[in-house]
Design a protein around this ligand. Sequence first.
Ligand code: F6R
Length: 609
Amino acid sequence: MCGIVGYVGTGSAKEMLLAGLSALEYRGYDSAGIALVRKGKLLVRKESGKLRALEAKVTGSDFDSRLGIGHTRWATHGAPTRENAHPHVSGDGRVAIVHNGIIENFMELKEELILEHGVAFASETDSEVIAHLVSLYYEGDLVEAVRRAAKRMRGAYAACVVAADDPGKIVAIRKDAPLIAGMCEEGGLLASDIPALLKYTRDIYLIENNEIVVITKQDVEIYDEERTRMNRARTHIDWDVAAAEKGGYEHFMLKEIYEQPKGVRETLAHRLDESGAIQLDDLGFTKEWADKLERIYIVACGTACHAGMVGKAMIEKYAKIPCETCLSSEFRYSDPIVNERTLCICISQSGETSDTLEALREAKRRGAEALSIVNVVGSSVARASDHVFYTWAGPEIAVASTKAYTTQLVSLYLIALYLGLLRGRATEAEAGALLAQLAEVPALIEDVLGREDSIRALARQHYKKEKIFYAGRGTDVATAEEASLKLKEISYINSYSIAAGELKHGTIALITRDVLFFALATQTKLYDKMLSNIEEMKARQAQVVAVAKASDARVAEVADDTFFIPDCSDEVAPIVAIVMFQLFAYHVAKFRGREIDQPRNLAKSVTVE
Ligand code: F6R
């Protein structure tokens, strides 16, 4: 996803924009640029590569300006070249824009602009059409021009627009891509993400879909698409810049792995009252409604979907409601069986994932009640849902998700239990037992973190392997999937995950002596079956590392190596075991010299389909 910033005020626009963009660097980008309005002219500089390259090009008093927009681009349409970098400028050089998202009908608009208006395009991007459209409609009123341009655009966008002839304001629009605004002593600010503004203000305006926002040095004005002024309360952000900094850790990912005990503790603390009972009353679920529920769909992408796989098991176990976990990208096109007796649970760290947002809308269109489990306060998924359960992971910056996952798991356990109690399908004793286990989880995670040295040693031993398998049964399948995703996304190793019972139906053909095979054996009722799977792998000469509970005396006799997680119940084992695999992936990637926080081809939130 691209990062966008805008500033107008009394300070140096260049400094403010570069500071905002550098706060968004963690999200990954391949080119950057700024447009400043100075002495009635637009001054645009853009460079491919890192911000440093851009900074070097904007030194000196020529770039002294009080108003501008900036962008870090993640290439979608067109290569990451300087031409394709934002800002994009209209043919007469009077209008500049930055854009995050996708203009789906850009081909059609481009054709019209070329054929009917003789516009010459300077880039291969879809975004450039915005600059030309706004310029075409500009007749002295920038807000109106942007409004008219937006009416022609289909797709997802957050875009900021400046005009050399209107040097006091920045106009921005939003549809299905994040956009926030704020005021600080030095003026008005716009950005795609909170960290860009945190240095200047903690009170932000969340811009809604189809709204237009105008910032000047004194004010933030928000309008709906018919240009009616909207009142918007500010949202206070209570985490600080330090939470979005590395705090002495070499990488954000490692810091975030270590923040998991805290994230789990906070997620529990926000949802348990003084007597230790689950507090989800604010969600407004009634017994009558819960009793009538026929089906739950969990929809999510990637890591969040793996959390959903465990969530399904917990919902069926405690609430006794049939539950299906679907990839958002499949769900939205699958003609799902949804009605008013369906609950759709959307899980998303960023709350901006386009597929998940659309899946949620589809479920709602079909009558479902929508509950989201989200980390980013005020994000699009949160706002589109009927009910929100916030995870208290704090900002997650590394592309590879870690603390969001474990807090999503804890959230799902609480929701499963709450629904079970509401429906009278879970007993107080069951609830008490699971809550007691959850209370132990932070300490159990700390135990695994305390064994980082041995995990690093395991990583050192295996980091050159090219084929790594993860297998398990029951909820260990979800852990295997997540462990494998962590490894492949940051180390680029070809890694596979599979339900162990499926191995013999085909995949076993890939097992040879050069395979490293992680066998998860944390689920008691499937334990013996897992031992047989280990034997099968050994017979094919794979190197087997078992992951089992500390008091397991048998597994070490069959596996080549064993990593023990502390003794815990089968239910909470997924939250504990994954921490070992996160650290393993981290150290393998480090031994391989990878860019851990910003792996190639990946962005922190995926706002395009
Ligand atoms: C993997 C990872 C992704 C995300 C996925 C969904 O480490 O981070 O698989 O989990 O893109 O993102 P959110 O949760 O923001 O919807």
